[in-house]
Structures are given as C-alpha cells and as structure tokens.
Design a protein around this ligand. Structure first.
Ligand code: CAA
Length: 257
C-alpha cells in the first residue's frame, strides 16, 4: 500500500491518483516519487485503465522536491540520485495523463505537472520554479519543458527570478489549457478523462507519442513520424470499428486492438 498517495479506480476507465503528504504540501520525497512511478506503471499495465488524473490537495499540488531530504544530499548523492529512475518512469507513461492542479505547483511540483499531457488549473493555482532562491536550478525538466510551454522570456523570468505565476497567467502563456473554480478542478479533469477514455487506446497512445515528438524534433522528421503512426493505426480493429460505427450511425466500442 502506498503511504504518500491514494489510487482510486473509477468507472469509465479512469484512475485518479492523489498525492497525500499534506503536512509538507505534498513535497516530493524519493518515497513519494517512487510510489507515483509505481502507481503509473500499474496503471500502464492495467488494460481497464485508459486515462490517469493526477492531483494534490486544495492548498498544494506539490510544493517541490522535499527540501529537507535534498539537504542531506551532496554532489555524489545527487549524481547517483535514485529519483532519476522514477522521473524516467513517469516520463515513459504512455497513456493520457491529466494534471488537476490546485494551489502551489512549485519547483519539482511544477515539473511534475508539466509531465502531464493536459493541465487543468484551479483559479488559485500558482506555478513557479523557485529553485534559484535555494542557490540551485530546476533539475527535473523545469528549464526544458517550461521554455517549450511558455516561451523564452517568461521561462527566463520564472527560473531566474524565482517568481511564480497565477493560473490565469499560466493559461495565457499556454502552460495550462483550462482554468476552473478550485472546487471543480478535479471534477473537470475527470470529465475530460472520461471523454478521452472512450477513444481507441492504440490511437491515443500513438497520438500522444506523436504530439510529444513535436517538442524534440524538426518538422520533417515529425511529419514522417506522424505518417508512420497513422499508417500503423490502419491495421487496427479499432479503426475498422470507428469507421463502421460512423457509417452505422452508432457510438463506437473500442477494445484496444
Ligand atoms: N520541502 C519540504 N517541506 C516543505 C516544502 C518543501 N519543498 N514546501 C513546504 N514544506 C513544508 C514547510 O516546511 C511547512 O512545514 P512545517 O509546518 O513543519 O514548518 C509546511 O510544508 C507548510 O509550509 P509553509 O508553512 O511554508 O506554508 P506557507 O503557506 O506559508 O508557504 C510555500 C507555502 C510558499 C509553498 C512555502 O512552503 C515554500 O516556499 N515552499 C518551498 C517551495 C520551494 O522552494 N520549492 C522548490 C523546492 S526545490 C526543487 O523542487 C528542486 C527540484 O525538483 C529539482
């Protein structure tokens, strides 16, 4: 049983993971990151689970790496950091991942939110990379993913100045796709998750992989990758089902084959 998070399998193929270290604003200890990576691996392996929603509490999605734990690590400790393996597992999760963010998403918390494919934020959410205030810098993708999400100037401002931005600013900058009332953030993320969970799993997987390719490849290679992925889907039963359902004017029933 995980100690630092709760996992709930909901109907409609959706799994909800809630970070639960309220006393430390869900600061990401090595244990928490390991449990999250394991929970995502389990969701990956479970064919009933089509989409995962990740959330925290009303006050904090996650306030960063656990600073007390970080204080114990010297250069060698950071070099051999076991957290790296967990981040890799989280990055490799191939089903759609939606972050429902209320309150603080700072440092590693902001980096974790940016691992999600879709970010929904409550009005009171705050996103920031305050590591510079600790004499360090983001180390779990915060420089690379933030710059790609919000552009150079705002990313520089946030990382070099350590100031956070509110949900509306995050929406304007393209870091999140929707802002809701805080009490509705999780509900809205679950609603979106149920919508996505009804789609063909193989198409979702390849569409996610292909969209993410756009972040780290040139246009010609990305277009080639897209064409290959599109062609692969032509061999799936779910494609046949999707097209037949359209012609027969009914809802498709996708099986993941
Ligand atoms: N690590 C460990 N404990 C943390 C924490 C963190 N990142 N963030 C908050 N806490 C703890 C506080 O120490 C406090 O514990 P106690 O009650 O035992 O004192 C508790 O959570 C509540 O926090 P505050 O009393 O500070 O709450 P607040 O509402 O006054 O302030 C806050 C909230 C602005 C988020 C403030 O807690 C804060 O600045 N936290 C640190 C944010 C930060 O610097 N994050 C980056 C960490 S480095 C990193 O993330 C690097 C990386 O991934 C590579």
């Amino acid at each position: 049983m995980p100690q630092t998070l709760a996992v709930e399998s909901l109907d409609g193929g959706v799994r909800l993971i809630t970070l639960q270290r309220p006393a430390a604003l869900n600061a990401l200890t090595t244990e928490l990151l390991g449990e999250l990576a394991a929970a995502l691996d389990a969701a990956q392996a479970d064919s009933e689970t089509r989409v995962v929603v990740l959330t925290g509490s009303r006050k904090a999605f996650a306030a960063g790496a656990d600073i007390n734990e970080m204080a114990e690590r010297d250069l060698t400790g950071i070099l051999n950091d076991p957290r790296q393996a967990s981040w890799q597992q989280i990055t490799g999760f191939s089903k759609p991942l939606i972050a429902a963010v209320n309150g603080f998403a700072l440092g590693g918390g902001c980096e974790l939110a940016m691992h999600a494919d879709i970010l929904i934020a409550g009005e009171d959410a705050r996103f920031g990379q305050p590591e510079i205030n600790l004499g360090i810098m983001p180390g779990a993708g915060g420089t690379q993913r933030l710059l790609r999400a919000v552009g150079k100037s705002l990313a520089m401002q946030m990382v070099l100045g350590g100031e956070s931005i509110d949900a509306r600013h995050a929406l304007r900058a393209g870091l999140v796709s929707e802002v809701t009332q805080p009490e509705l953030t999780v509900e809205r993320a679950l609603q979106l998750a149920r919508l996505i969970a009804g789609k063909a799993p193989l198409a979702l997987r390849l569409a996610k992989e292909t969209l993410l390719k756009a972040l780290d490849t040139d246009l010609a290679s990305g277009l080639r990758f897209e064409r290959h992925a599109f062609t692969v889907l032509a061999g799936t039963r779910d494609r046949e089902e999707g097209i037949r359902a359209f012609q027969e004017k009914r809802r498709p029933s996708f099986t993941g084959h």
